[in-house]
Design a protein around this ligand. Structure first.
Ligand code: PLP
Length: 274
């Protein structure tokens, strides 16, 4: 397995990142996860824009996007596989303990792992913890994902694959690694970015392609929803057939099935050319 580390392709086994890297010690970093289909990255340009936005939000220097793009292509070429998850991690770099970040530059790691297509349906749960829509990290894809790790572990204990958060005012927000859509009275809605959710790329495409409305919704909209689905890079559009103890259906409802169809039809054209 070859990875990209700070300017060059290396063997994953021999690649070294300092134990003083701020990404490791204090979560001072940002990341992107892309889907790679037979060596082509999905929506690469959008992911690079979000990487830059997240880096700016954390006060990191802008990543060198020419290098990131080159690194992605090199890693994809060096590790052929059918369906991959390409992970870009960019951190504040090495600093002696206790000093400011980035004294000797930033760290860029690009790595690829094989993955599988997610099932069309899944179960989700709500969790008692909240997303802070006014927090410093709100809307940033930072490596400080501990909160998501805890919530996802809770979901898995309960036999679900995703945990959904409300924000501090009790509005529906997002999942640990996905955005959420609900069908109410036949209309498709998703929480607005002001809810504190990540600006998901799959979310944005689904809003445009399937014509969803961005609406402030209370968490209990999940109890009333006729259909619920999740969107993310690796899930695409995935129907939620059980939310907490409520069984909605056996399979995707009609609005979800249409959103899946529209997404698949458009997405084929969104793999960046090499
Ligand atoms: N929300 C969070 C917290 C995420 O980590 C992700 C996934 O990366 C998403 C939403 C979905 O975003 P995307 O569709 O860009 O994968």
């Amino acid at each position: 397995m070859k990875i990209w580390l700070n300017g060059g392709l290396r063997d994953a086994d021999g690649a070294r990142v300092s134990v003083f890297d701020h990404g490791l010690t204090v979560g001072d970093g940002v990341f992107e996860t892309l889907k790679a289909d037979h060596g082509r990255a999905f929506a690469l340009t959008r992911h690079l824009e979000r990487l830059t936005a997240s880096a700016r939000g954390l006060g990191l220097p802008d990543p060198d996007l020419d290098e990131v793009r080159r690194g992605c292509v090199a890693v994809l070429d060096a590790n052929p596989m059918a369906l991959g998850r390409l992970r870009i991690t960019y951190t504040g770099g090495v600093s002696p303990l206790g000093s400011d970040r980035g004294e000797s530059g930033t760290t860029l790691v690009i790595a690829l792992a094989e993955t599988h297509r997610r099932p069309d349906t899944t179960a989700a749960v709500t969790v008692p913890w909240t997303r802070n829509e006014r927090g410093a990290l709100s809307g940033l894809k930072s490596t400080s994902y501990g909160e998501n790790v805890v919530a996802l572990a809770r979901a898995r204990e309960l036999g679900a694959s995703e945990a959904l958060f409300a924000n501090t005012v009790g509005a529906l927000c997002e999942g640990t690694g996905s955005n959420v859509f609900v069908v109410l009275d036949g209309e498709l809605h998703t929480p607005p970015l002001t809810s504190g959710c990540l600006a998901g790329i799959t979310r944005a495409l689904t809003v445009t392609w399937a014509g969803a409305k961005e609406t402030d919704l209370p968490l209990d909209a999940l109890e009333r929803a006729d259909e619920i689905f999740l969107t993310s890079t690796l899930r695409d559009v995935q129907a939620v057939t059980r939310i907490d103890r409520r069984q909605l259906a056996d399979g995707p409802g009609p609005v979800t099935a249409e959103a899946m169809r529209i997404f698949d039809a458009h997405a084929a054209a969104d793999f960046d050319p090499r």
